[in-house]
Design a binder for this molecule. Structure first.
Ligand SMILES: O=P(O)(O)OC[C@@H](O)[C@@H](O)c1c[nH]c2ccccc12
Length: 257
């Protein structure tokens, strides 16, 4: 079993709510040089894993908060090469999960990307624009690595597809809670928890709900149906406004729900 799944299952067995904060690499006053300290900060709050976004000029699934973070990061001169160089220096027991659109990785070289990350804390990969049908572009390079490809299951995935997507998951299942882009402050479908509970039934690997999670009440509610949550826009915005203490408090409390 790959480290990411083992780590999350261990926390789950301990009765923890899995909490995965998302940050945008290079969205920091010191640009990419600030990434290790952001990771250390989130690790110290008890994050179950940390999702690290790669900035991209055409982020089709990102809402305004993440998109702006990407723009700030690109203005800071962040490139995937620099992110990889910095990640090679980061030492943490908290698994890192890279979230990137395919383009930057394709340009970098898929095989080189996986090879370069081999002895780093990166244990997972989320590629929102690579559907299952195209996973063979990546999957063969991951076989011998400790990096898990994290499938995204959306509300429009029919049951057969859900079953296909969750089968053999090596890290966790990313259950997308809305039809649309990332971002806090949105209304959830009334039957969302029923959908999430059904997905949890199907999946052996931990299931984490993401998109729009921005309060402890959300976490408490999703916890009834899944193993934990992914929190992006709320954290990115709060960190950008220097509300670090609030973020630490939120993450600590959430993991105990
Ligand atoms: O920002 P939100 O609504 O909390 O959602 C998480 C999200 O930001 C992060 O997982 C993410 C950022 N960009 C993405 C693109 C696709 C899927 C997921 C993501």
């Amino acid at each position: 079993m790959k480290t990411l799944r083992k780590h999350l299952e261990m926390l789950k067995a301990d009765g923890k709510t899995l909490i995965v904060p998302y940050i945008m690499a290079g969205d920091h006053a010191r640009g990419i040089d600030g990434l290790p300290e952001m990771i250390a900060f989130l690790a110290a709050t008890g994050a179950s894993a940390i999702e690290v976004g790669i900035p991209f000029s055409d982020p089709v699934a990102d809402g305004p908060v993440i998109e702006l973070a990407g723009i700030r990061s690109l203005k800071n001169g962040t490139t995937l090469t620099k992110v990889v160089e910095v990640l090679k220096t980061v030492k943490t027991d908290v698994p890192l999960v890279i979230m990137s659109y395919l383009n930057p990785i394709y340009k970098y070289g898929i095989e080189k990307f996986i090879t370069d990350l081999k002895s780093t804390a990166v244990k997972g990969l989320i590629l929102p624009d690579v559907p299952r049908e195209h996973e063979n572009m990546i999957a063969p390079f991951l076989t011998d690595s400790d990096i898990a490809l994290v499938p995204l299951v959306t509300l429009t995935s029919i049951p057969e597809r859900q079953a296909e997507l969750v089968k053999d998951a090596e890290g966790f299942i990313y259950a997308v809670t809305v039809n649309g882009v990332t971002g806090a402050d949105r209304d959830y479908r009334a039957d969302l928890n029923t959908h999430l509970a059904q997905l949890s039934e199907l999946a052996d690997a931990p299931v984490l709900a993401g998109f729009g999670v921005s309060s402890l009440a959300h976490v408490e509610n999703f916890r009834k149906a899944v193993d934990g949550v992914i929190v992006g826009s709320y954290i990115v915005k709060a960190l950008n406004e220097s509300r670090d203490d609030e973020v630490a408090d939120f993450l600590k409390k959430a993991s105990l729900l």
